[in-house]
Ligand binder design. Structure first.
Ligand code: SIN
Length: 512
């Protein structure tokens, strides 16, 4: 069979897993905006959730995922994730991935919020993402092409199909890459908020590109805020893994008061949206918040990375208190796909955080994201091996026009997102955000390459589009569910049950 050309945009776990399944019989190229050392996957601390312990059951993992997702998840997607996840993780371990084990060789399974069992497979203590990425990088060395520094600009569309991707390098030059299949694995958009665990590159580029090309995007209002980022003034924050609370750490204020006591039956291990909101209330009252880690034995062995992060920031963790605040962590919505990673555009696919398979519902369960990347990359690989190549005509080069673009600076945009589209939302805040966004030039259509734009300007066009779509979705959803909390509609509404907000740009305009 003829080798197919496959372009993967992004270099997180989903991208590598897909490449690892396809390289033998296909020509695989990874295009990444920054370097392969930058992704959310590489920063992942907690681990991979999978019901592989003898006393665990996949049904319990399904139940936990649905509960955390406030039943906004699609049951079939969750069952696929959890059932196939067991196999995918077992295969990973058989391939030689070095997960943490005790001295009898038994896997050490961690506990995280809203899990009814210990089922988190981890590596290097709190460095699972880094270990996974290095594992796959080694596996793929010399087998695929990796091109760094390429910002994805737009899809090359022909006859309603995606036939390639235009990118721009740091030199502001456009490049066209054609392929039989284009896979977006660009991650989420948590870095559009000014307190975030995300890598700065996680700005939702894949959502912007796919939407401009006519793909459906869904559930963008559901943004997960993780309760514990290290509270510093840095523009991007270090995460203090939920596994730390899993091992017994407690959230306290400056007077040593346990803030989660009585707030939820699971207290410190309640779902993230609940913990983050309790913390916001405390912070708004001017309280300082800490993770009290006194009860954790061998903290430095269990969490070597977090220990080093504290030390880098001059925080004396040995005193037993780590200052924390909530921040944007994971985006449940994205480019709508089926359970094989197919979007509504032929030959355009999405996997990992950029995709919306509806597996996470309104709030993702901890450590389900690395699992998602692996499971849905594996499923897409199986699908692509059954597909055929495409023929290309010459891709016309657009005449590029000069135009004046009014743009905000990124810091301001991130602050606005945090203030108005953050943990607590309201009509007045969302309206302010909408009006603020309207001041800037925004190209909605798949014609960015028709303008003379620098790389920075193109990047800002992606930011603005994603910010606009998220704001619109948050304004539309007149209820509170999971990570989407409206202070003016503080309860779940029957009317919104099982309803997703989907946007699609068509010739007739935006359909919702
Ligand atoms: C964490 O380590 O707390 C993050 C894990 C996750 O978000 O899945």
């Amino acid at each position: 069979m003829k080798r197919q050309k496959i372009i993967i945009v992004g270099s997180g776990l989903a991208a590598y897993v897909l490449a690892s399944k396809l390289w033998q019989h296909n020509d695989v190229t990874i295009l990444t905006k920054n370097t392969t050392q930058h992704s959310n996957s590489i920063r992942a601390q907690g681990g991979i959730a999978a019901a592989i312990a003898a006393k665990d059951q996949w049904q319990l993992h399904v139940e936990d995922t649905l509960k955390a997702g406030v039943f906004h998840n699609h049951q079939k997607a969750v069952e696929t994730l959890v059932k196939e996840g067991k196999q995918v993780v077992t295969n990973l371990l058989q391939q030689g991935f070095l997960a943490d084990r005790d001295h009898h060789g038994e896997l050490l399974l961690g506990r995280e919020g809203a899990h009814s069992e210990r089922r988190i497979i981890h590596a290097g203590g709190d460095q699972t993402g880094k270990y996974l990425i290095y594992f796959y990088q080694q596996l793929l060395q010399g087998k695929i092409a990796i091109i760094e520094g390429q910002l994805a600009v737009e899809c090359v569309m022909e006859g309603g199909e995606c036939k390639g991707i235009m990118t721009m390098g740091h030199d502001n030059q456009l490049h066209t890459y054609t392929a039989d299949h284009i896979v977006l694995a660009t991650g989420g958009f948590g870095a559009l908020y000014d307190t975030t665990s995300n890598d700065p590159s996680a700005t939702g580029d894949g959502i912007a590109i796919a939407y401009r090309a006519g793909a459906k995007v869904s559930d963008l209002e559901f943004v997960q805020f993780h309760p514990t980022m290290l509270a510093t003034q840095a523009p991007y924050n270090d995460l203090i893994s939920e596994a730390v609370r899993g091992e017994g750490a407690i959230l306290v204020d400056q007077n040593d008061r346990e803030i989660m006591k009585g707030a939820h039956p699971l207290e410190n291990l309640a779902p993230r949206d609940i913990v983050a909101r309790v913390m916001m209330t405390e912070l708004t009252k001017g309280h300082q918040l800490y993770l009290d880690i006194h009860q954790i034995k061998n903290f430095q062995t269990k969490f070597p990375f977090i220990k080093s992060v504290c030390e880098k920031n001059n925080i004396d963790w040995q005193q037993g208190l780590i200052p924390v605040k909530p921040g944007a962590h994971f985006t449940m919505g994205g480019v709508e796909t089926d359970l094989r990673g197919r979007t509504n555009i032929p030959r355009l696919y999405a996997i990992g955080e950029v995709a919306c398979t509806h597996v996470h519902g309104a709030n993702r369960l901890a450590s389900n994201s690395l699992l998602e990347g692996m499971v849905f990359a594996t499923r897409l690989a199986d699908y692509l091996t059954t597909q055929s190549s495409v023929s290309f005509s010459n891709i016309p080069v657009n005449q590029r026009l000069h135009h004046t673009f009014h743009h905000p600076d990124l810091d301001r945009l991130r602050k606005q997102m945090t203030n108005h589209v953050g943990i607590n939302r309201s009509e007045s805040g969302l309206k302010q955000m909408t009006e603020w966004l309207e001041k800037f030039t925004l190209i909605q259509e798949n014609h960015l390459t028709s303008y003379v734009l620098s790389r920075g300007q193109i990047q800002m066009q992606h930011h603005l589009l994603v910010a606009q779509l998220v704001t619109k979705a948050a304004r539309k959803r007149l209820e509170s569910r999971g990570a989407h909390y409206r202070v003016d509609y503080p309860f779940k509404s029957e009317q919104w049950r099982n309803k997703s907000i989907t946007f699609q740009l068509t010739k007739q305009g935006v359909t919702v």
